[in-house]
Design a protein around this ligand. Sequence first.
Ligand SMILES: Nc1ncnc2c1ncn2[C@@H]1O[C@H](COP(=O)(O)OP(=O)(O)OP(=O)(O)O)[C@@H](O)[C@H]1O
Length: 237
Amino acid sequence: MTVIEVEDLRKNYGNTRAVDGVSFTVARGETFGVLGHNGAGKTTTVECLVGLRKPDSGTIRVLGENPARRRRALAQRTGVQLQQGELPDRLRVAEAMRLFAAFYDRPDDWRAVLERWGLGPIANKAFGDLSGGQQQRLKLAMALVGGPELVVLDELTTGLDPVARRETWTLIGDLKASGTTAVLVSHFMDEAEELCDRVAVFGNGRIIALGSPRELIGRTGTGSLEEAYFALSGEGR
Ligand SMILES: Nc1ncnc2c1ncn2[C@@H]1O[C@H](COP(=O)(O)OP(=O)(O)OP(=O)(O)O)[C@@H](O)[C@H]1O
């Protein structure tokens, strides 16, 4: 079943063509990577998917709904972690989970989610006292407490040290294994190669390549998704 369908999406900011005719689909259970350089149109696309921005034209269906019209209904079925997701420093882990669970009509048991994502031992710690990796783990748990059918994660591992990044990869692996559909926006090609079933490479508001990491590596005759990305996007090294 198709969870996301985007057809000829366009969005301008004044004279800037942020998204310029983007089409793709995401199947149920798929982990789909949205890749590309700064300003390529990734965040705008994802914001349209979750109903935070209204497209100028094109059609979007997420879980069968139009996000621009049905944002609230979709928010009950979707977990979102966008770039600017800071929490108050003094908010404790358990409080954050309880608060987020209250946004949903039928949330999972937040204590169980907290344990499942390894946050039990730090449940009483304040957000500001957590390590970067722990903060990301909490944000991921918050995105999942509603028991979503789809999660959208924007630059989940930006700013994390290598150990915390790997830990986060393991969490995403667990999420994948649970069958949850995921859209990952990332700058990191190694991450996308490891985690994503398919990726869309964005450039100047368009998709310049779409396929599994293996297909893109094969198509470009390169040895890694990072090399394939450079070959496809024409970015300098
Ligand atoms: N609110 C806004 N007002 C005006 N221009 C914007 C706005 N948001 C984004 N843009 C512009 O639209 C284009 C696409 O931006 P967008 O944030 O979607 O790209 P991105 O691929 O997510 O970039 P990054 O990796 O830096 O987050 C850029 O040229 C950006 O400067």
